[in-house]
Design a protein around this ligand. Structure first.
Ligand code: NAP
Length: 487
C-alpha cells in the first residue's frame, strides 16, 4: 500500500465525518466557490488543456461553461434541499392488531468516493467534472485519480478545488488528488477499505476492470462506470427518401465533430437498401472525403483508433465507402472513415459491434424492415439510440421504437446523439455495457443519487432527527408525509 494514499484516506475519512455536520448552505457555498475559482482561472485552464489534449480552445471553452453550470446546479440543489427524498410515516398507536411505529427515511452520503475521469473531457468528466461535483454535493469526501492524459490540467483543477475548500472553511482532506504511473494507484484506491463508491468515465475495459475489483473486495462497493457506446442510428426508408441529403449532412457533422471523440458519437448506422439509402450514402461519403484529418487526444487514443478501424474494415464483407482524401500533416491525425457491411455479416460477427473511438461510422445495410428488426435485436446496451423516421414510419414501427428504448438510456427522434443537455430529465448512461448500473447516470442533478443511500429512523426522538426529518420541517423542504407530498 502506498503510504501517501493511506494517509490521504485516513484524513479524508475524518474530513467526511466533519463535513456531515455542515449545513446545506455551507456545502452550497463551497460548490459556488469552486465555480468562482474555475471562472477566475478559465484562461489558464483552457490553455493548459489545449496543450495536453489537442482539443480546440472553442470546444474547451464550451466544456468549461458546462462544468461551471454543473457546480452551480448542484449548489442550487443543496440550497433547495428536497433532493434528500424525506419520507415520514407517522405513528398510529391505535392500529390493530399491532401499533404502527413512527418511521422516517432520507438519503445519506456513502463516505469516500473514488473518481476516475476520461481523457476526452478534461473538465466536464475529469477532476472538476460531474462525478466530483455530485459526490461533494451528496456530502461525500472525494479522492480523484488524476488522468495521465492531462496531468497538469488535472493538478490545476485540484488546486482550484482546494483553494475554494480553504476559502469556505471545509475540513482538510475532504478533497484529494492522487496520481501514479500505471494502474497500481487506481487499483489501491478502489480496494481501500475506506472507499465506499467509485465514479468512473472511460473505456469499457477500464470500467469493467474497476467494477470486477470492487465486487471482489471483502466489502463490495458500487462502481458507477459510464463507458463507451456505438449509439446506433436507425435510418427509416421513407425519411431518407424524403430527406436523405439533409440527414447525411447532419450525420457528417455529428460523426466528425471533435474528431469523433465523444462517447455519444454515432458509430453505427442501420438502413434498408434502396434509393433513399443510396442518396444518403453518396452525400455522406462525398462529405467525408473532404473532412481534414486532425490530431486526436493523444498517441494512445490514436493507436487505439487506427487498430480498431483496421480490425473492423478488414472483416469479411466490410467495404470502405469513404476516407478523407485530404493529406495528413501529423502522425496522430485520424482519418475520418465511413464503412459499410450487409446485415448478414454484421449479425454473425461480434467484432463489428464494438466502439471505434474516433471519426468512424459503420453502415449496416438490411434487405428489409424485418432484417433491420433482427439487427436491432442483436444490439447490446447503449448510451443512446436514434431513429430517423417520418411520423407514418414511427406509427407503423412501434416495436422498433420499443426495442430501441429498452436497450438505451436516451432515445432520440430525428436528431443526432452528440450534444448532451445537462438537466434533471437527461439520462446519460444505459444498460450494460454502456454503464455498470443503468439505474443511474452521470449527467444532471440526479447524478447525486449514486453517492447516497436511504436510511430510516424508527421512533427516533425529534431532537435527534436530522433537520430534514424533524416534525416542524425547519428547512421547509418538500417531504412525503403519510403518503402526501407536502412542504
Ligand atoms: P480509459 O483508458 O478507460 O481511462 C479512464 C481512467 O481509468 C484513467 O484514469 C485510467 O488510468 C483509468 N483506468 C483504465 N483502466 C484501468 C485499470 N484496468 N485499472 C485502473 N485504472 C484504470 O478511458 P479514456 O481513454 O480516458 O476515455 C475514452 C473512453 O471513454 C471512450 O471509450 C469513450 O467512449 C469513453 N467515454 C465515456 C463517457 C460516458 O459518459 N459514457 C464520456 C466520455 C468518454 P490510466 O490512464 O492510468 O490507465
Amino acid at each position: 500500500m502506498d503510504t501517501n494514499l493511506e494517509q490521504v484516506m485516513q484524513i479524508a475519512s475524518v474530513a467526511f465525518n466533519r463535513y456531515k455536520t455542515f449545513s446545506r448552505q455551507q456545502k452550497a457555498s463551497f460548490l459556488y466557490a469552486i465555480a468562482d475559482e474555475i471562472l477566475a482561472a478559465s484562461e489558464a485552464l483552457i490553455q493548459q488543456a489545449k496543450e495536453e489534449t489537442n482539443i480546440s480552445a472553442t470546444q474547451l471553452a464550451g466544456e468549461l461553461k458546462r462544468t461551471v453550470f454543473q457546480w452551480h446546479s448542484f449548489a442550487r440543489l443543496l440550497e433547495e434541499g428536497s433532493w434528500v427524498e424525506a419520507r415520514i410515516d407517522t405513528a398510529n398507536l391505535e392500529r390493530l392488531p399491532v401499533a404502527k411505529p413512527d418511521v422516517r427515511k432520507m438519503l445519506q452520503p456513502l463516505g469516500i468516493v473514488a473518481v476516475f475521469g476520461a481523457s476526452n473531457f478534461p473538465f466536464a468528466y475529469s477532476t472538476l467534472g460531474g462525478d466530483t461535483a455530485s459526490a461533494l454535493a451528496a456530502g461525500c469526501a472525494v479522492v480523484v485519480k488524476g488522468h495521465p492524459a492531462h496531468p497538469l490540467t488535472s493538478r490545476l483543477s485540484a488546486e482550484l478545488i482546494l483553494k475554494a475548500a480553504t476559502r469556505t472553511g471545509m475540513p482538510e482532506g475532504l478533497f484529494a488528488h492522487v496520481e501514479g504511473l500505471g494502474f497500481e494507484i487506481g487499483k489501491e484506491l478502489v480496494l481501500h477499505p475506506l472507499t465506499k463508491a467509485v465514479g468512473f468515465t472511460g473505456s469499457l475495459r477500464g470500467g469493467r476492470a474497476l467494477f470486477d475489483m470492487a465486487s471482489q473486495r471483502p466489502e463490495p462497493i458500487p462502481v458507477f462506470a459510464e463507458m463507451g457506446s456505438i449509439n446506433p442510428v436507425i435510418l427509416m426508408p421513407e425519411k431518407l427518401q424524403n430527406e436523405g441529403g439533409e440527414v447525411a449532412q447532419r450525420y457528417l457533422q455529428s460523426i466528425t465533430a471533435g474528431m469523433g471523440q465523444f462517447c455519444t458519437n454515432p458509430g453505427l448506422l442501420i438502413g434498408v437498401a434502396g434509393e433513399g439509402l443510396d442518396v444518403f450514402v453518396k452525400e455522406l461519403a462525398n462529405g467525408m472525403t473532404q473532412v481534414a484529418p486532425a490530431a486526436m487526444l493523444n498517441a494512445g487514443i490514436y493507436q487505439n483508433y487506427e487498430g480498431k478501424r483496421t480490425i473492423v474494415t478488414s472483416q469479411e464483407g466490410v467495404r470502405i465507402d469513404a476516407e478523407s482524401q485530404l493529406p495528413k500533416s501529423g502522425i496522430i491525425q485520424a482519418i475520418p472513415t465511413l464503412a459499410s457491411v450487409d446485415a448478414t455479416y454484421f449479425l454473425s460477427n461480434p467484432l463489428l459491434h464494438q466502439e471505434v473511438f474516433g471519426p468512424f461510422s459503420l453502415l449496416v445495410i438490411c434487405q428489409d424492415l424485418a432484417e433491420m428488426q433482427k439487427v436491432i435485436e442483436h444490439l447490446e446496451g447503449q448510451i443512446s439510440c436514434t431513429i430517423m423516421a417520418t411520423e407514418q414510419e414511427l406509427l407503423a414501427n412501434k416495436e422498433i421504437v420499443e426495442r430501441l428504448r429498452a436497450i438505451s438510456g436516451r432515445l432520440i427522434f430525428n436528431g443526432v446523439p452528440t450534444g448532451v443537455e445537462v438537466g434533471y430529465a437527461m439520462q446519460h448512461g444505459g444498460p450494460y455495457p454502456a454503464s455498470t448500473d443503468a439505474r443511474f447516470g452521470a449527467v444532471g442533478q440526479d447524478a447525486i443519487k449514486r453517492f447516497v443511500r436511504p436510511a430510516s429512523y424508527q421512533n427516533c426522538p425529534d431532537f435527534l432527527l436530522p433537520d430534514e426529518l424533524k416534525n416542524d420541517n425547519p428547512l421547509g423542504i418538500w417531504r412525503m408525509v403519510d403518503n402526501v407530498l407536502t412542504q
